[in-house]
Design a protein around this ligand. Structure first.
Ligand SMILES: Cc1cc2nc3c(=O)[nH]c(=O)nc-3n(C[C@H](O)[C@H](O)[C@H](O)COP(=O)(O)OP(=O)(O)OC[C@H]3O[C@@H](n4cnc5c(N)ncnc54)[C@H](O)[C@@H]3O)c2cc1C
Length: 458
């Protein structure tokens, strides 16, 4: 292991198995890398912890020196983290390990793991986690913020599938918290994000997935009005919880890393995953296949295949995005989507999607955490590539324009995981939930040691 050249942090380095990296070290740029490469993180130092003891040492050291600690895994939501100059960026990449108890349908996963590794292991034994659209998103940030994925309408949010969390709190103690131990703190972390400590491992439920019928229908971009309205009609007529669908427009830039069949091309696409057999699944989506797509990739798949369905980018990209939760959706909502994101609109964004919510996502499960439900009909996420600094304002403006067009249907609350800019955390919760989250923050982190992406503060 390379030892940091920095003398400022030599004492911290001597207490760790992992590595302290500062701006004079060769590993600096790689250590502060984020998924959105436009984000330029410049913390006081990066601490690449090797184990839970390193996490505790780093927290004690920071508390003594008046520094803050910003936990981070993959940096997929690094954009909103403000004030890093007085903080140690604690990178958890090395906290690896996926253990699966097949009989109990449980996983125990190191906080540095990404969803792809978990989904692959679970899939081998016919189980599925409540992971999202991307294999490279981290288990920790996704789970602590909520977590909506392809099985969400059937099984709810990943935050509520957590059965235990191992966390080092501001006093430097490693605790295993669950439904019977430190229940208030366990409630807070399941939706309250990285405000309460550094998570070192997570335990959660896996779900049987003996049969999954999933795929995508590709239509020409120009057919967006017909396809989006047909999709909305199908969804609003009431689909079973077993099926989760997404309707979107793609305008893929001509970038070399994209597969040839989509590179530089535009489409209207409906994607879906159905927990059931081919005959029933095909019947459910028949109103859409009946429209005659150019390409239909539906078929029976292993659970791990769901990580490829949305074709999310796996490598870091420069991007700008905007998001909204939409409720009381009608055909007018679809028209607003089309006018701002469809053919003839100002949008050239790579992807603008409506994910269908409802089902278990809208029902508070027993023993839920702070992010108990995600209300609304659709989650809109709009994202575009920013290929040069001059493009940033334009791309951001296009994404914000779509969110603004949907304002009449704004569900009220926002979804923290989809917010990639600094925002007031009050927007993510109802008043009572926020008040309790804030009180628990004061109890567990009285000096505001932890610097989360979405800070819960006064
Ligand atoms: C391509 C892409 C696809 C996505 N798809 C989905 C999706 O399908 N569904 C969905 O719900 N979301 C999705 N997201 C959003 C994603 O859930 C958030 O970006 C999430 O915060 C990422 O977590 P991370 O650990 O990878 O990121 P990081 O940036 O590493 O972490 C985000 C925050 O989580 C907290 N955190 C992370 N690790 C720890 C830890 N060990 N201890 C304490 N706090 C910690 C910190 O506050 C940190 O700032 C997607 C994002 C991208 C970029």
């Amino acid at each position: 292991m390379l030892i940091s050249q920095s003398t400022r942090f030599s004492e911290l380095q001597s207490r760790l198995h992992g590595q302290v990296v500062t701006d004079i070290d060769e590993a600096w740029d790689a250590s502060r890398q984020t998924f959105n490469v436009l984000v330029d993180q410049r913390p006081a130092a990066v601490v690449r912890v090797a184990n839970a003891d390193d996490v505790a040492e780093t927290i004690r050291y920071a508390a003594q020196r008046g520094l803050r600690v910003a936990p981070q895994g993959t940096g997929h939501n690094a954009g909103p983290v403000d004030g890093l100059e007085d903080a140690l960026l604690l990178r958890t990449d090395a906290l690896q390990g996926v253990e699966i108890d097949v009989a109990a349908r449980r996983a125990r996963v190191g906080a540095g793991e990404r969803w792809g590794a978990v989904a692959d292991r679970a899939s081998e034994v016919g189980l599925a986690p409540l992971s999202g659209s991307s294999r490279t998103v981290g288990v920790a940030g996704y789970s602590l913020g909520g977590g909506i994925g392809w099985l969400g309408r059937k099984h709810g949010l990943q935050a509520n599938a957590l059965t235990a969390v191992e966390i080092v709190t501001a006093d430097g103690e490693l605790r295993r918290i669950d439904h019977d131990n430190e229940t208030d703190l366990f409630w807070a972390v399941r939706g309250g994000g990285g405000n309460y400590g550094v998570v070192t491992a997570l335990e959660f439920e896996l779900f049987p997935a003996p049969e999954i019928y999933a795929g995508a229908l590709f239509f020409p971009f120009e057919r967006a009005p017909e396809v989006m309205h047909a999709w909305h009609e199908l969804v609003s007529a009431g689909l079973p919880d077993e099926i989760t669908t997404v309707a979107r427009v793609y305008q893929f830039p001509p970038l070399p890393f994209l597969p040839e069949f989509i590179r530089g091309k535009s489409f209207t696409v409906v994607q879906a995953a159905y927990l059931g057999n081919e005959r029933d699944g095909a019947e459910l989506i028949a109103p859409l296949t009946g429209l005659g797509p150019d390409m239909n990739t539906f078929g029976m798949v292993e659970p791990a295949a769901l990580g490829h369905l949305a074709m999310d980018p796996e490598d870091p990209i420069p991007a700008a995005s905007s998001a909204r939760l939409v409720s009381n959706a009608s055909h007018a909502t679809i028209d607003a989507f089309l006018d701002s994101a469809g053919p003839g609109s100002p949008s050239q964004l790579a992807s603008v999607e409506f994910r269908a919510l409802g089902g278990a996502l809208a029902r508070r499960p027993e023993g839920a955490g702070a992010r108990a439900t995600l209300q609304g009909d659709y989650a809109m996420f709009a994202v575009g590539g920013v290929m040069s600094p001059e493009m940033k304002a334009e791309v951001q403006g296009q994404a914000d324009g779509i969110a603004a067009a949907l304002a009449p249907w704004d569900a009220g609350a926002r979804y923290a995981n989809f917010e990639e800019r600094s925002s007031d955390a009050r927007l993510f919760y109802d008043e009572d939930t926020f008040r309790l989250l804030r009180a628990l923050r004061t109890e567990w982190d009285p000096s505001g040691l932890f610097l989360a992406n979405h800070e819960i503060k006064e």
